[in-house]
Design a protein around this ligand. Sequence first.
Ligand code: GDP
Ligand code: ZN
Length: 316
Amino acid sequence: MKGTVYKSTGSWYTVKDEAGHFHECRIKGKFRIQGIKSTNPIAVGDQVLFDLETLGDETVGLIHEILERRNYVVRKSVNLSKQTHIIAANIDLVFLMITMENPKTYTTFIDRFLATTEAYEVPCVLLFNKTDLYGPDMLDETKYLAALYREIGYTCLGISAKKGKNVEKVRELMKGKTCMFAGHSGVGKSTLINRIAPELDLKTAEISEQHGQGQHTTTFAQMYDLSFGARIIDTPGIKGFGLVDMEKEEIGDYFPEFFALKSECKFNNCLHLDEPNCAIKKALEEDRISWSRYRSYLQMVTGEEDTYRMDPYQES
Ligand code: GDP
Ligand code: ZN
């Protein structure tokens, strides 16, 4: 039988078959997936082949094959080993939630996140949340940023999760897709998801903090079918994705507006730093590429990490 993994707790996997029935499955034998050193062989969103076997009076599924992934996102393991943990696979759309204040989302964070989703080949939509709080200046800033990212090709939407503004449009974007929500703690992910799918009744940050555990609670990613024909992968406690290890030379390829001009640089291995006849530097001077994007790019290429803002595990 073929199915999709909806939940994984380490040794057990909840798999939905093509007829819509759920099965508790285990892995048969050892899995080795080429190219990825991960702590978990199978992740939520994976498509698997499994057989049902009866053990005593219980029927369990045994997964014997994992089908090729269209994409996947990882987070770095908390320990210092080089191993990664696959958060989810086969994602159609990720929504990056951004707030101009409380908390402030910096463009360096946005750009790093977008480069990551480009590298993972996961389409990303930008949601500017809490617009109900913004005065004229902040609204102008939001519009400026939305225009900047739209120009590059990203869908952008100003929303208010709290007041419900444009939430219907988010639902429209989600239809028929497997979606994830990302962004700093406090940007309104739970509030939005609760509004989109009240039936899920996700716990907000405040609730888990009351128990004194906050984001350190170990919880597992889980996929849910929503009433309007979308699927959502909830990743409690995970605020962002771990970066794939990128070579300096490939970072520019994950900035689509840089990539589009790259062939016009004099050197085909141009890093767009101080090389002569660089098409990206020229576009920058002519305002065809934004300085904030270039700054983020520089930060990534020179390896200057603003860990406080960048590392999803460092934020409070
Ligand atoms: P999460 O950490 O990303 O899941 O954020 P939450 O959904 O827990 O929201 C954090 C805080 O922001 C809560 O107090 C929400 O009520 C508030 N919030 C979320 N969305 C909005 C919004 O659109 N407008 C306003 N004014 N507050 C919001
Ligand atoms: Zn160049």
